[in-house]
Design a protein. Structure first.
Length: 133
C-alpha cells in the first residue's frame, strides 16, 4: 500500500472514531489490517495511537488557528483530515511538512466539503508559519 492510500484509510478511521466516540484498542485490527497495510502498517498504528493519546492537543492547535470556527461545528470528515495532517506535521519528522499539508488538501478535495480544501490549507498554513518556525 502507498502512503496516499494509508492516509485515506486513516482519515476514514479518524472519522469513524469521531462519530463513534472512539473504540477500544482491540478493534484496531478491524480498521487497520496488517496484510492490507503492508509497509504502511506502522505508520497507521502510530497515527491510531496519536489519535488516542494526543487528540486534545491536536484539537487545541486546530482551534487556535480556525478563526471563529468551533471544532464542534466543523464537518467531521474535514476535521478528520485536519487531525491527520496535524499529527503528521507535529509527530512525523520523516515527512516534510509541505507534503503533509498538500496531501491533506488533496484528501479534502476528494472527501471534504466544498470549502474544505481552502479551509484546511489556511489552517495548516497558519500552523506551519506560527508553530514550526
Amino acid at each position: 500500500m502507498k502512503r496516499k492510500e494509508a492516509r485515506e484509510t486513516m482519515a476514514s478511521v479518524f472519522y469513524q472514531m469521531d462519530i463513534r466516540s472512539g473504540f477500544p484498542d482491540e478493534k484496531l485490527d478491524v480498521f487497520i489490517d496488517r496484510g492490507k497495510m503492508g509497509n504502511q502498517y506502522e505508520y497507521c498504528v502510530k497515527l491510531f495511537g496519536l489519535y488516542r493519546t494526543n487528540l486534545k492537543d491536536a484539537d487545541a492547535l486546530i482551534s487556535k488557528y480556525s478563526r471563529r470556527w468551533n471544532i464542534n461545528r466543523m464537518a467531521k470528515m474535514d476535521l478528520a483530515i485536519l487531525r491527520l495532517a496535524v499529527f503528521e506535521i507535529m509527530e512525523f519528522e520523516d515527512i516534510p511538512d509541505a507534503v503533509s499539508a498538500n496531501e491533506a488538501v488533496e484528501l479534502a478535495k476528494k472527501y471534504g466539503t466544498d470549502n474544505a480544501p481552502k479551509f484546511i490549507n489556511a489552517i495548516l498554513g497558519s500552523i506551519l508559519r506560527s508553530e514550526k518556525k
